[in-house]
Design a protein around this ligand. Structure first.
Ligand code: GTP
Ligand code: MG
Ligand code: ZN
Length: 399
C-alpha cells in the first residue's frame, strides 16, 4: 500500500499536471477569429499566420442541437482527461475550457492529422504552444494526445498537448544538447537490428535500451534478416548476454516469415514503435505482420546497405489484431541527452548490483583498480561486448 507521503506526492503531481493543462488552455484562449476555408488556398499549410490576421470576433452559428452535442462531447472528453490524469472528484474543470480529445497520427511542418472518435482532422498548432521548458525542440509528435477545437470545418486547432506517458526521442539535428520527440505515448519499442546488410551494431542496441528505460518504454530486441545468417546459433550466441539478463529478444525474417507469429503475439493490443537504422527492415516487418499495410520498403536491388531512408515520416497504423504500430525513419544519431556518466551503470542490469564490490564507492568501472565490474568481465560473467559498449557510451557522455 502507498504510504501517506507517496499519496501526498502523487496528489501534488496531479494538481501540478492539471494546473499546467489549465494554464495552457487559458493562454490559448484568444477570441475566436473568423475562419473560413473559402479563403484558404488548396496548398495552404501555414495555419499559424492565420492567427495574425485581425478579424472581428464572431459567435459561431450552429445548427439546432449542435451546441448540446458538442457540450456532451466536451463533457465526455473531460471525463476521459480526468480519468487519465488519475484525478478524483475534487477537480472540476470548466466544461467550456476543452474541446475534443484525439491522437496525433501524422505530423508535418506546423500541421498534424488528429484521429478523433468519429473522424480524422487536419489541425494547425496554436502559436502560443511552445516547446520551451519541455526539454524538447518540437511541440508535437505522433502519438500525442491532444485537445482540439474545431469550428466544424475541415480544419481544427490543437489547443493543448496532454502530458506524455512515454517518449522516443533523439538528439535534435540543429541543437545538439536538446532532443526531438519522435513518438509519444507508445507502450513498447521494437528495437530492430539486422543480422547482416547492414551488419548488427550492438552499441546502438544498448543506446536504445538505455533510452527506453529512461523514457518509460518497454524494450523488445528484434534481430531481423536471420535468413542471411550462416547458422542460427551464431545469432543466439551474440544475443545471449541480453537474453541472460532478462531482455526479450525475437529473431525474425521478413523474407521467410520466421518469428513473425511471435512478433504478432508481442504486438497484439500494444502501441509499438519500431526503431532502428535505415535498411534493417522495419517497414518490411510491419508489412509481414499485417500485409495489407503495404508500406513502402526498399526493393532488394535498390538497397545499397548504406542507409537510404525509404521511410521518411513517422506514421501510425491501426492493427487488425488490436493495438497500433508506429513506423519510423531510420535513426542513426541516437543521443542520451541529460544522462551523466555516474548514472550509466544503472542501465546495465549485469553491472547494477556489482558496485558494492568495487574498492571505491563512486567507481566508474572504467579506470579504477580493484573494480568488481572489470573482474566480472575477466571472469566472463559480464560479456566483453557489453562492457565495451559501456565504455564507449561512458566516454561519449559529459564528464
Ligand atoms: N534478406 C532479408 N532482407 C530483408 C528482410 N527484411 C527486409 N529486407 C530487405 O531490406 C531492405 C530494407 O527494408 P526496409 O523494410 O525498407 O527497411 P527499413 O528499416 O524500413 O528502412 P528505412 O525506411 O530506410 O528506415 C529491403 O531491400 C528489404 O527487402 C529480411 O528479413 N531478410
Ligand atoms: Mg522503412
Ligand atoms: Zn567498479
Amino acid at each position: 500500500m502507498a504510504s501517506r507521503e507517496e499519496q501526498a506526492s502523487k496528489e501534488y503531481e496531479q494538481t501540478k499536471t492539471i494546473r499546467k493543462v489549465r494554464k495552457q488552455i487559458k493562454r490559448n484562449r484568444k477570441p475566436d477569429r473568423v475562419r473560413s476555408k473559402d479563403w484558404l488556398p488548396d496548398n495552404f499549410t501555414d495555419l499559424e499566420s492565420l492567427e495574425e490576421i485581425d478579424t472581428p470576433v464572431k459567435e459561431p452559428v450552429m445548427p439546432r442541437g449542435e451546441r448540446e452535442r458538442r457540450q456532451s462531447a466536451v463533457a465526455a472528453a473531460l471525463a476521459d482527461l480526468a480519468k487519465e490524469a488519475g484525478i478524483s472528484g475534487e477537480f472540476s474543470l470548466d466544461a467550456e475550457d476543452l474541446g475534443l480529445q484525439g491522437t496525433v497520427i501524422e505530423v508535418s511542418s506546423g500541421m498534424c492529422r488528429v484521429d478523433l472518435p468519429d473522424r480524422q482532422l487536419l489541425c494547425g498548432l496554436r502559436s502560443s504552444l511552445t516547446a520551451e521548458d519541455t526539454g524538447y525542440t518540437n511541440v508535437i509528435a505522433v502519438g500525442d494526445r491532444v485537445v482540439i477545437s474545431s469550428d466544424g470545418s475541415e480544419r481544427g486547432f490543437v489547443e493543448v498537448v496532454l502530458p506524455r506517458k512515454s517518449v522516443l526521442a533523439r538528439t535534435d539535428v540543429h541543437t545538439k544538447h536538446l532532443q526531438q520527440v519522435i513518438v509519444a505515448n507508445a507502450d513498447q519499442v521494437l528495437i530492430v537490428a539486422s543480422w547482416r546488410n547492414p551488419p548488427i551494431w550492438l552499441e546502438l542496441i544498448d543506446r536504445y535500451l538505455i533510452s527506453a528505460a529512461r523514457n518509460n518504454l518497454s524494450p523488445i530486441i528484434c534481430i531481423n534478416k536471420v535468413d542471411l545468417a550462416e547458422d542460427k546459433k551464431s545469432c543466439t550466441d551474440a544475443l545471449k548476454p541480453y537474453i541472460d539478463h532478462g531482455y526479450r529478444v525475437v529473431f525474425t525474417s521478413a523474407v521467410t516469415n520466421e518469428g513473425v507469429d511471435e512478433l504478432r503475439r508481442l504486438m497484439r493490443s500494444q502501441i509499438t514503435v519500431l526503431a532502428g537504422v535505415s535498411g534493417v527492415g522495419k517497414s518490411s516487418l510491419l508489412t509481414a505482420v499485417q500485409p495489407d499495410l503495404n508500406l513502402r520498403t526498399a526493393s532488394v536491388s535498390e538497397f545499397s546497405g548504406d542507409g537510404r531512408h525509404t521511410t521518411t515520416q513517422v506514421s501510425l497504423w491501426s492493427l487488425e489484431m488490436g493495438g497500433f504500430a508506429i513506423d519510423t525513419p531510420g535513426i542513426r544519431e541516437f543521443g542520451l541527452a541529460g544522462l551523466s556518466r555516474s548514472e550509466l551503470a544503472v542501465f546495465y542490469p549485469e553491472m547494477a548490483n556489482l558496485g558494492q564490490g568495487c574498492r571505491f564507492s563512486d567507481c566508474s568501472h572504467v579506470h579504477e583498480p580493484d573494480c568488481a565490474v572489470k573482474l566480472a568481465v575477466d571472469q566472463g560473467s559480464i560479456a566483453e561486448g557489453r562492457y565495451h559498449s559501456y565504455k564507449k557510451i561512458f566516454y561519449s557522455l559529459p564528464a
